[in-house]
Design a protein around this ligand. Structure first.
Ligand SMILES: Cc1cc2nc3c(=O)[nH]c(=O)nc-3n(C[C@H](O)[C@H](O)[C@H](O)COP(=O)(O)OP(=O)(O)OC[C@H]3O[C@@H](n4cnc5c(N)ncnc54)[C@H](O)[C@@H]3O)c2cc1C
Length: 274
C-alpha cells in the first residue's frame, strides 16, 4: 500500500520533501498517465505520494508593480479566465487540453513535467519568465531558460518545489499564437509558434519569436530577434531559426512537417507586423 500524504502547510510539505523521496502530485494529469498500466489496473506508483495543490498559498495570481506572479498550483482554467492576466498569456493556455483537464491541471505541473510538447513553456520563454523554487533551506530564482534543461529534465532539486512563475509586465501591442495538432482540443502539439511584439513611436521596439514542440526545448534566438529589429529582414530570422531546428519523426508528426510549418508560420506572422 502506497502512502499518501496531504500536508497541512507549506512548511510541512517542504520538511517531508527534505527528508524523503516522494511523487509530488499537483493535478495529476501527467503523473496519472505516466504511471498507468493496462486497462483497469492500479497506477504503478512505487513510492509515497505527496499532494500540494490543496495548499492555498500555492494558488492564485498576483499582480505587482512590475510582474504577474502565477502561483504553481493555479490551474490552467484559472489562468485562462484570469481577470488580471493579459490576453497574450491567457490565449495560449486556453488552447491546452480540454475544459475538464484544465480544471485540474496546474501551470506548475506543465513546467516541471517539462515535456517537449508542454504548451506553457514556449510562452514563458518569450515572456522572459523566472521560476521561484523553494525548499526548507531557502529560495532560488532562475530564468525559465536555465530551469528547462532538456526533455523531462529541469534544474529542480529533489527537496524543492516550484512555488511560482514571475512574468515581467510589459504592454505588448500584439501577439500571434498557433498550435498545430490533429484536432483542436485534447491534443498535444505537433508544433507551436508564438510571436509577441511592441511597436515604438516610429518602428518596432521589441519582438520575440519562440517555437515550441520542435526541439526538446523551445527555440528562441535573442540574437536573431535583435537583428530583425535592426534590419527588418524576416528571411534572415527564419533562416536562423531553421538552423537551430532538430526535430524528429514520431507518432504525432514528421521532422519535415514540423520544421517546414514552423518556418512558414514565423514568416507569415512576421510579415504581418514588420
Ligand atoms: C487529455 C490530456 C490532454 C492534455 N493536453 C495537453 C496540452 O494540450 N498541452 C500540454 O502542454 N499538456 C497537456 N496535457 C498534459 C498535462 O495536462 C499538463 O502538462 C498539466 O499542466 C500538468 O499539470 P498537473 O498539475 O496535472 O501535473 P502533475 O501530473 O501533478 O505533475 C507533473 C509533474 O510535475 C511535478 N510537479 C507538479 N507540480 C509541482 C510543483 N509545484 N513543484 C514541483 N514539482 C511539481 C510532479 O511531481 C510531476 O513530475 C494533457 C494531459 C491530458 C491527460
Amino acid at each position: 500500500m502506497i502512502e499518501n500524504i496531504r500536508p497541512d502547510s507549506l512548511e510541512e510539505l517542504l520538511t517531508y520533501l527534505d527528508q524523503g523521496d516522494y511523487y509530488v502530485f499537483a493535478g495529476g494529469t501527467d503523473l496519472m498517465i505516466r504511471k498507468r498500466q493496462w486497462q483497469g489496473a492500479e497506477r504503478r506508483f512505487d513510492k509515497a505520494i505527496i499532494y500540494l495543490s490543496h495548499l492555498a498559498c500555492l494558488r492564485g495570481i498576483i499582480e505587482t508593480e512590475t510582474h504577474y506572479e502565477i502561483m504553481a498550483c493555479t490551474t490552467q482554467n484559472e489562468v485562462a479566465q484570469s481577470a488580471i492576466l493579459p490576453e497574450y498569456i491567457k490565449a495560449p493556455i486556453a488552447q491546452m487540453a480540454t475544459p475538464s483537464i484544465r480544471n485540474l491541471a496546474t501551470i506548475g505541473g506543465n513546467v516541471v513535467n517539462d515535456a517537449s510538447v508542454g504548451d506553457s513553456i514556449p510562452v514563458f520563454f518569450a515572456l522572459d519568465a523566472e521560476v521561484v523554487l523553494r525548499s526548507v533551506h531557502g529560495v532560488r530564482r532562475l530564468p525559465i531558460e536555465h530551469f528547462i534543461q532538456g526533455k523531462y529534465h529541469t534544474a529542480l532539486q529533489h527537496n524543492e518545489i516550484l512555488e511560482k512563475i514571475c512574468i515581467p509586465k510589459i504592454n505588448y501591442d500584439g501577439f500571434f499564437y498557433r498550435k498545430t495538432g490533429l484536432r483542436k482540443a485534447s491534443i498535444l502539439s505537433k508544433l507551436s509558434v508564438y510571436v509577441l511584439f511592441k511597436v515604438g513611436e516610429s518602428s518596432m521596439e521589441d519582438i520575440r519569436v519562440v517555437v515550441g514542440a520542435v526541439n526538446d526545448v523551445p527555440i528562441r534566438s535573442r540574437e536573431a530577434e535583435l537583428q530583425l529589429l535592426m534590419n527588418g529582414d524576416v528571411a534572415s530570422l527564419v533562416a536562423a531559426y531553421k538552423n537551430r531546428m532538430a526535430a524528429s519523426d514520431d507518432k504525432r508528426s514528421t521532422k519535415v512537417y514540423r520544421e517546414e510549418i514552423a518556418c512558414r508560420l514565423i514568416d507569415y506572422y512576421l510579415r504581418e507586423v514588420m
